[in-house]
Design a protein around this ligand. Structure first.
Ligand SMILES: Nc1ncnc2c1ncn2[C@@H]1O[C@H](COP(=O)(O)OP(=O)(O)O)[C@@H](O)[C@H]1O
Ligand SMILES: [Mg+2]
Length: 225
């Protein structure tokens, strides 16, 4: 299998004020093979979200190399980066990132609006995805009237809308009880079996049971564990 993600020695710091530097990633390297499920495990503040943002092309490292599915990300301008993100990456966030007063369908269709794909096909695909994720009855229900697990399924459906090769999930179980969490992990497992590459940032130990590899994030670097 080839590497779909290759990161070499990336560094990233934040500057909350001129005199303060907060190092978040300090020479991090990572290779992910296509179809792998990786868990990035680490305490709060260890740099997981920063890494996922860079992996997803939402942010850039200060230095180091990033090759995503053969594309050298450092050579891209902002709109090229946005295109790569839209085509190849699906994001699932802890707080779901959904529009509360709109329906599941309204939310799941959003990535299609930002692509050149047909809206008609999009609505068909939305229906199929809601079926697949076990929530066909939620199509017309407002997000504000859903449980945490239902919201997370809607968020996963939205992430899958543009058929990305890679799913990035930032603490996807953070807001869920343990039964619901297991159901969501089962969804990720199903998607992995279909060939998606999945990277999950978490501080939940249970993820180790389904991931192919668990990597420990510490002091802005990753180590196998
Ligand atoms: N926008 C920001 N401004 C300043 N510091 C930040 C910002 N985002 C993250 N950090 C800092 O970078 C480090 C890594 O944070 P983060 O990537 O959010 O870790 P995690 O997701 O593992 O909790 C922490 O020290 C955090 O305080
Ligand atoms: Mg985080």
């Amino acid at each position: 299998m080839t590497n779909i993600i290759e990161i070499k020695n990336i560094e990233k710091s934040y500057y909350p004020s001129r005199s303060v530097r907060v190092p978040a990633l300090t020479g991090l390297s990572l290779c992910v093979r296509e179809g792998e499920m990786i868990a990035i495990y680490g305490v709060s503040g260890s740099g997981k979200s920063t890494l996922l943002h860079i992996l997803g092309g939402l942010d850039r490292p200060d230095s180091g190399e990033y090759i995503l599915d053969g594309e050298v990300m450092g050579e891209k301008n902002d709109s090229q980066l946005a295109r790569v993100r839209n085509e190849k990456i699906g994001f699932v966030l802890q707080d779901f990132g959904l529009i509360a007063n709109r329906t599941a369908q309204d939310n799941v269709i959003v990535p299609v609006i930002f692509s050149k794909k047909s809206l008609r096909e999009g609505y068909k695909r939305c229906k199929n995805l809601l079926d697949k994720l076990g929530i066909p009855e939620l199509e017309r229900r407002k997000v504000s009237q859903m449980s945490g697990g239902q919201k997370q399924r809607v968020a996963i459906a939205r992430a899958l809308m543009n058929e990305p090769k890679i799913l990035l999930a930032d603490e996807p179980s953070g807001a869920l009880d343990s039964t619901t969490k297991e159901e969501i992990y089962a969804m990720f497992d199903m998607l992995r079996k279909e060939g998606k590459t999945i990277i999950i940032a978490t501080h939940d130990h249970a993820i180790a049971q389904i991931a192919d590899r668990v990597l420990q994030m510490k002091d802005g670097q990753l180590s196998e564990c």
